[in-house]
Write a protein that binds this ligand. Structure first.
Ligand SMILES: Nc1ncnc2c1ncn2[C@@H]1O[C@H](COP(=O)(O)OP(=O)(O)OP(=O)(O)O)[C@@H](O)[C@H]1O
Ligand SMILES: [Mg+2]
Length: 200
């Protein structure tokens, strides 16, 4: 059993995953696992895709590379996909969202080629990553948060920090119950704390 949760922060390129993960890691001491960096550094890929300007990821190698960290817990996984991570590894999936105009400006500032920029905008409009998260994880684990402004980011980070504190409290209570021979079953601590509650 993990005594610190694993969180996925996902969403279309440019929505603010890395910015959120860095702020969260700072605030919580959780480890920021930047999948882009791991893919590159540990060679979890089958080469570079010239058309889409990204690595062709070898998912099996990637999962092997992060498994020890995931099993230990306390990770924030930063990537634009989430459906490959086993549900048993994950406690919360945060899907960041940005308005089209905002995302356009951020991707244009990165000098993305038109084709790649349009593909990402379409993906955001079609809610591709949100759907992927909902298809891959229990509905209670998935939360959609807006990331258009610094204020929104700050409030997102506050909410995730509060969720983390609640998760740890529930987990400690569960362990205590187990230690008292309280047995198995439907302990109230078995559900994730609800970060989705204040959804607007
Ligand atoms: N909520 C926000 N408010 C203001 N600026 C933001 C916000 N989120 C991200 N940004 C800005 O948008 C840009 C892209 O953010 P970031 O690199 O975190 O995106 P990402 O989702 O990690 O992208 P990628 O998938 O390509 O790694 C950065 O310049 C960042 O400062
Ligand atoms: Mg990033």
């Amino acid at each position: 059993m993990r005594n610190s949760p694993n969180i996925i922060v996902t969403g279309t390129p440019g929505v603010g995953k890395t910015t959120h993960c860095e702020a969260l890691a700072d605030r919580t001491g959780l480890r920021h696992l930047s999948v882009n960096q791991i893919v590159k550094e540990k060679g979890c890929h089958e080469g570079w895709d010239e058309q889409f300007l990204s690595w062709i990821v070898d998912e099996d190698k990637l999962l092997d590379a992060i498994e020890p960290d995931a099993l230990a817990g306390g990770c924030i996984i930063d990537w634009h996909a989430c459906d490959l991570f086993p549900e048993s590894w994950i406690d919360l999936v945060v899907v960041l969202r940005a308005d089209s105009a905002t995302l356009y400006d951020r991707l244009a500032a990165r000098k993305y080629p038109e084709e790649k920029l349009q593909e990402n905008l379409d993906s955001e409009i079609m809610e591709v990553l949100l759907q992927e998260a909902r298809d891959s994880y229990d509905a209670e684990m998935v939360v959609e948060l807006a990331s258009n402004s610094a204020d929104e980011m700050e409030s997102n980070v506050d909410r995730i920090v509060a969720w983390l504190a609640q998760w740890k409290k529930d987990n400690a209570e569960q362990e205590e119950e187990a230690g008292e021979g309280g047995g198995s079953g439907s302990g109230s601590g078995s559900k994730p704390a609800d970060v989705t509650e204040a959804e607007t």
